[in-house]
Design a protein around this ligand. Structure first.
Ligand code: ZN
Ligand code: ZN
Ligand code: ZN
Ligand code: ZN
Length: 209
């Protein structure tokens, strides 16, 4: 796809616009205005393969504040804006709750790229991390020879002492997001199997009443 300068998009047909959006997700667009928005975002992205594949995984919607969404492709609900202060009392932190990170804050998993540099997800716990980093963390598995499942935890919850883990319980504070299900469900299933086996062994040895 050849990208025309953004100013020229007014003359382009819907079909031309769709083609010019390239790797960017234009599937959700229902009118030309939305297509032009995607075209604008796509046109601002570097042509390098890495940047284009990042674009491919990105939500291409423009938020009501006018900023591009920092979320992931196909998300049902857009990520809260990483560039605008959260609605309500700006800057004020509710007790025990940190505001979402800004686009310039480092990702709590990679500490390399700022939040705004790659598609990010809002986890069930309320923390925001890069989707790619969350998936890499899940795939990396447990660190040592002994099976453990702490790598499934949100690094920010872990750091703030959210230790609600109960053996075999559904309350285990894993990173929760619809787009991680495919990666994390098999590991959670393995965890449950390990817990069941461990419990059976304890029962057999008479260590559990
Ligand atoms: Zn979005
Ligand atoms: Zn905004
Ligand atoms: Zn990251
Ligand atoms: Zn968290």
């Amino acid at each position: 796809a050849v990208l025309a300068p953004a100013g020229k998009s007014g003359d382009m047909s819907v079909r031309e616009l769709r083609r010019a959006c390239g790797a960017a997700d234009a599937s959700w667009c229902v009118d030309k205005k939305e297509l032009r928005g995607v075209f604008r975002i796509a046109g601002g992205v570097c042509r390098a393969g890495e940047c284009q594949s990042r674009l491919e995984g990105s939500c291409t919607k423009t938020l009501s504040c006018g900023h591009p969404c920092g979320g992931v492709r196909g998300e049902a609900t857009c990520l809260p804006c990483l560039r605008c202060a959260p609605p309500g009392d700006a800057g004020a932190t509710r007790e025990g709750k940190r505001p979402p990170p800004t686009a310039d804050d480092p990702c709590a998993i990679c500490y390399v790229d700022p939040m705004g540099a790659a598609p990010a997800i809002l986890l069930g716990c309320g923390h925001v991390v890069h989707r790619r980093c969350a998936i890499d963390k899940i795939r990396a598995g447990w660190p040592g020879p002994a099976i453990s499942f702490n790598h499934l935890r949100c690094p920010l919850c872990g750091a703030s002492g959210g230790e609600a883990e109960e053996v075999g319980s559904r309350q285990f504070p894993a990173m929760r997001h619809g787009s991680l299900d495919e990666e994390i469900q098999p590991v959670l299933a393995l965890r449950d199997a390990v817990m069941r086996r461990g419990r059976r062994r304890l029962l057999a040895e008479g260590n559990v009443a």
